[in-house]
Design a binder for this molecule. Structure first.
Ligand SMILES: Nc1nc2c(ncn2[C@@H]2O[C@H](COP(=O)(O)OP(=O)(O)OP(=O)(O)O)[C@@H](O)[C@H]2O)c(=O)[nH]1
Ligand SMILES: Nc1nc2c(ncn2[C@@H]2O[C@H](COP(=O)(O)OP(=O)(O)OP(=O)(O)O)[C@@H](O)[C@H]2O)c(=O)[nH]1
Ligand SMILES: [Mg+2]
Ligand SMILES: [Mg+2]
Lengths: 278, 292
């Protein structure tokens, strides 16, 4: 009889380790485990398999609420502003997105609004060639809002379906850089009512608890309507998005699983949780 | 704050002359939580809290501070001790050129750090050349060239060689004949689980025989820092770590994880995007930051 109780205590420790190792964070992990114990008690389940299933189902249910793909409107320009801290994979994701939307027969246009970082424009230019996506750019050092202004004009002139704006990586703690993003957003909205229709925050799966801060602060400063979680082809699990999904309910649009053009997948909660426990 | 939480643990246990077993056990719960919230790897947290437990239990409660402050001091000092080192100097031998190789995951800041290091070494009167062995990332070589030109460092640009190993050997020739005493090699970001690309690093190491191999890591890295660093270290036997983006608000627990799992010192921190945003690593500041 006490044998079964001991087994349950091991499963709690095992599950705690898996979740913490996956970057869910200690307090959120604690909450999930308490919730699981509660549900298990109600259902009078004690064996490890059932407990794990309760956990998996609960996490999947949390993520299901964030399963919400981008739906392109017909006959309107859809504008996407891609933001995030340095090096998370924004520019690469934009290249992949162009290929993705083209498969849906949408026409795409790029705005090279990272006018700051060395060779940022050249990098996007190569993706532009790879995906046959026209690119609106200015010289390095130009005002990003000016590039964005030009790109909206161009999108209207060409009847583009999807305009994707690449921005420079920036830490959410830098007020002047967050102000620059706000200005870009304002300029877009002024030139095209409703723009930006999607503000996509790109998060790196190797990031720990700071990803929650990033999501909260970018959301507070400029608002985010979707997330992309990149570099899931590595060994990091990106578990922090479970907490982000629970607390912010932000749609997770895609995951990045590599550096090539087709390494982008629509987000699926169940697959994500299964990979986390794999 | 952590000190307030710990003071709370101890205020119900007043009047004891020593830090007793039970109060320390309870205090360690809060310490464990703080370290995990700071992204220290959970296995390392386990070892570390046990280490602190043996150092704290039985210690006489000091007059001048609260027991909570005393435990925090024990933790803080131990963190500093574990992360501190006198060997945070670059190993630059009397070879011309002395090669420094930068390695790490995608997007952690290698290319930017390469230029920052070149700039730092120039200030120390070293003639530094740069080479990008990144034949994969769009405009990677252009990125290093732009940065190198900005600081007047020699940048080796291959004509159309596509083999990173050959590029590095040719860059050594270029640096030698150009009278450079240092060559900084920027490699492509890669996953530690990509066998082919990890083998590529081994080949570059064999061809060039670096004086210094630096593992570049993002300071906001979570639990995975241990797995990644272990792998890079086992493959290459790194000499040190550069922790980047420390100008953010990540607590930086990866610093402790990296130090513990590789045994190698953190030599520099990246503190911004500008070319002079690189500093020597200070364990006291990092320890305070990790403890929040
Ligand atoms: N393995 C892997 N690498 C990725 C993924 N997405 C992007 N990368 C790589 O991450 C690195 C950084 O990608 P970028 O697209 O330049 O990132 P960024 O956010 O635009 O960077 P900044 O503009 O400098 O802030 C590159 O080496 C990419 O190839 C992914 O899903 N998996
Ligand atoms: N805020 C801040 N940004 C940094 C720091 N170091 C690098 N960056 C930024 O991080 C992003 C990625 O830097 P890169 O130098 O391209 O990174 P990388 O490791 O060479 O990337 P890959 O070659 O794709 O693997 C760029 O936007 C840099 O400006 C730092 O210390 N602080
Ligand atoms: Mg970019
Ligand atoms: Mg690079």
């Amino acid at each position: 009889i006490s044998g079964e109780k001991v087994v349950s205590r091991d499963i709690f420790e095992d599950l705690e380790e898996i979740l913490i190792a996956a970057d869910l964070g200690p307090s959120f992990t604690f909450d999930l485990i308490e919730d699981m114990k509660e549900r298990a008690k109600r259902k009078e389940l004690q064996n490890p398999e059932s407990l794990k299933k309760i956990m998996v189902d609960n996490m999947t249910a949390i993520l299901k609420q964030s399963e919400s793909p981008i739906v392109l409107p017909s006959n309107k320009i859809f504008t996407i502003m891609v933001i995030g801290v340095n090096g998370t994979g924004k520019t690469t994701t934009i290249g992949k997105l162009a290929a993705f939307f083209k498969q849906q027969n949408a026409s795409v246009l790029f705005a090279a609004a990272d006018t700051f970082r060395a060779a940022a424009i050249e990098q996007l230019e190569i993706w532009s060639k790879r995906t046959e996506t026209p690119l609106i750019k200015q010289a390095m050092g130009a005002d990003p809002s000016a590039v964005v202004y030009d790109s909206i004009k161009a999108a209207k002139a060409r009847n583009t379906d999807v305009l994707i704006v690449d921005t420079a990586g920036r830490l959410h703690t830098k007020t002047n850089l967050m102000d620059e993003l706000k200005k870009i957003k304002r300029v877009m909205g002024k030139e095209l009512p409703g723009a930006p229709h999607e503000i996509l925050l790109v998060l790196d799966a190797t990031t720990g608890q700071n990803a929650l801060m990033q999501a909260q602060m970018f959301n507070a400063e400029i608002g985010i309507s979707g997330l992309v979680l990149t570099k899931l082809d590595g060994t990091a699990k990106g578990g922090i998005v479970v907490r982000i999904a629970k607390e912010m309910k932000t749609p997770i649009r895609f995951i990045g699983v590599g550096e090539k053009i087709d390494d982008l997948r629509p987000f699926n909660g169940r697959e994500f949780v299964e990979a986390l426990f794999a | 704050s952590l000190t307030d939480k710990l003071d709370n643990v101890f205020k119900t246990l007043k009047g004891r002359g020593i830090l007793d077993e039970e109060s320390v056990r309870i205090a360690l719960k809060d310490i464990r939580l703080a370290l995990l919230e700071a992204d220290v790897n959970f296995k390392i947290v386990k070892e570390f809290t046990e280490d602190v437990r043996t150092r704290a239990v039985g210690k006489e409660v000091l007059e001048s501070i609260t027991p909570g402050q005393q435990i925090v001091k024990i933790v803080h000092d131990r963190l500093v001790e574990l992360m501190g080192t006198e060997e945070s100097q670059l190993k630059l031998e009397n070879r011309f050129p002395s090669p420094i190789m930068l390695v790490g995951l995608q997007g952690c800041g290698k290319t930017t750090t390469a230029a920052k290091l070149a700039h730092l070494l120039q200030k120390r009167q070293r003639r530094t050349a740069l080479v990008s062995a990144d034949v994969y990332r769009p405009a990677a070589m252009e990125q290093l060239r732009v940065l190198g030109d900005k600081i007047g460092a020699g940048v080796y640009v291959p004509s159309d060689e596509k083999d990173p190993v050959k590029i590095c050997s040719s860059a050594m020739e270029y640096a030698k004949s150009g009278g450079y005493d240092t060559l900084i090699i920027d490699t492509a970001g890669r996953l530690h689980i990509d066998k082919e690309l990890m083998d590529e690093l081994k080949k570059i190491k064999r061809a060039v025989n670096p004086s210094e191999i630096l593992f570049v890591a993002d300071s906001m890295t979570g639990q995975d820092a241990v797995t990644v660093a272990e792998s890079f270290n086992q493959t290459l036997s790194i000499d040190g770590v550069v922790l980047t983006k420390v100008d953010g608000d990540a607590r930086g627990g990866a610093a402790l994880s990296l130090r513990k799992v590789t045994g190698k010192p953190i030599k520099f921190i990246g503190t911004g995007e500008k070319i002079d945003a690189i500093e020597a690593f200070h364990p006291e500041r990092m320890a305070s930051r990790i403890l929040g």
